[in-house]
Structures are given as C-alpha cells and as structure tokens.
Write a protein that binds this ligand. Structure first.
Ligand code: SAM
Length: 221
C-alpha cells in the first residue's frame, strides 16, 4: 500500500536522482515517481526501499540500485508502444518502471529462479502492471519465438553480448547491458543497431550479479 510516508520517501529519492543527473527525462522521472519500489522488495528490507542502494531479494540476488535503474532506463530512450525485453526480472521493480512508460502489455521479462519470478509476478499484479509477461527461462537465449524487440534491458553481467539477444534486437533498437568478468569489474554498455550496423557505447563502471545461462556464465564457475 502506498502511504503519504512512502510517497514522500519516493519523491525525496527522485529529487536526489535528478540532482545527481541520473534522471533527466520527464518520462523516466514520472515512472520512478509512480512505481512503488517498496511493494517489490521483501519485508526484511522494506524500510530501506527508498534508499539509493541494491537490496537483497533471495538466491543471492538483488534489486538494482535506483540510480542504475534510472541510468539504464534513460539510455533505452523509451516511448509508449515500444516492445521491451528484460533479462533478469529479479523483484519485478525495473520491469514495472519500463511498463509504466511503454505499457505493461509491451514488456516481457525473463527470470531463471521460479520463486523470484512468482514473487515478481505477484507484485506486478498488486501494483497494476499485471499485463507484463514474466517468463521462467534462460534469458541469455532471449525469447526466440517473439518478433524482434525494440529495446532490451539486461540486468545481469555477461562476458559479451549474448548472440541471440543481438539477433532479437530490432532495427533501430537499443540494448543496455553490463559486461565484464563474472565477479567484476563490469562496465555498462549501450548497444545500438542501425542499418544493420551494431555499435557499442561505454557508460562507466557498475557492479551486477552474473548472467548465468547458455550464453552467459556457467552455473557454478
Ligand atoms: N531487474 C531486477 C529488479 O528490478 O529487481 C534486478 C535483477 S538482479 C540484479 C539480476 C537477475 O537476473 C537475478 O534475479 C538473476 O536471477 C537473474 N538472472 C541471471 N541470469 C539469468 C538468466 N540467464 N536468465 C534469466 N534471469 C537471469
């Protein structure tokens, strides 16, 4: 439930992200003002939901820190109606932010842990984003039977861009993905596809959990 207190805390967090330059567009700002992050995190960490830090959600996984959610979402340059694939649902919070901008029916998100996917799906339904498709699968393979995605948001670090994700990125598409060694350091990349030409742009050092799967790292490397 959203209360005056959670609304105030969220608004303070958004102000902080704007002052630091992580948030700058009206669309992403409004989405982060709207989505109740406290609804997506476990009870044990709920009182820290509006601090700018990653929070544990089980299976040694985390919900991404808000400044990175802001940065990645800004880089995707979303607008209503674009289709978005997210690899790494985790808590479902970032999927809700994407859904707030493009429309829930246009968001597909993949998680490898079934219980995280279930908790995320429940939170998405509770907060009004129930039309987001949450799929339990190896997201390093993308969703091959789906038409290409306008945007791809990868929230776990990979050694290189998984080839299926590049194939499934539409012409004029944008993908955000952290790359590096399994345990870091990682660097955030924007990958663009224009006239069949793929380009990569660096956006600085970050820290993510590993992408584990056929085109990612081995389960217990
Ligand atoms: N976007 C999430 C959120 O808003 O809470 C944060 C995601 S967390 C940093 C990364 C997630 O990627 C973890 O939940 C992890 O289980 C998942 N993951 C790692 N490898 C995966 C794969 N091959 N397919 C699907 N999910 C994967």
């Amino acid at each position: 439930m959203d209360t005056a207190e959670t609304e105030r805390a969220r608004s303070r967090l958004v102000d902080h992200l704007r002052e630091r330059g992580h948030l700058y567009s009206t669309r992403v700002t409004k989405a982060m003002e709207t989505v109740p992050r406290h609804e997506f995190v476990p009870d044990a960490v709920r009182d820290r939901a509006y601090e700018d830090e990653p929070l544990a959600i089980g299976h040694e996984q985390v919900v991404t820190a808000p400044h990175l959610v802001a940065q990645m979402t800004e880089l995707l340059e979303l607008r209503p109606g674009l289709t978005v694939l997210e690899v790494g649902t985790g808590s479902g919070y970032h999927a809700a932010v994407l859904a707030e901008i493009v429309g829930p029916e246009n968001v597909f998100t993949i998680e490898r842990f079934p219980d995280l996917a279930k908790a995320a799906r429940d939170a998405l339904v509770r907060t009004g984003y129930g039309d987001v498709s949450v799929v339990v699968a190896d997201g390093s393979q993308g969703l091959p039977r789906h038409p290409p995605f306008d945007r791809i948001n990868v929230t776990a670090a990979s050694r290189d861009v998984p080839p299926p994700l590049l194939d499934q990125l539409a012409e004029d598409g944008r993908m955000v993905i952290p790359l590096g060694r399994r345990d870091g350091p990682h660097e955030l990349f924007l990958v663009t596809k224009l006239d069949g030409r793929v380009e990569r742009w660096r956006y600085g050092g970050v820290r993510f959990v590993p992408l584990v799967g056929e085109h990612g790292f081995a389960d217990e490397e």
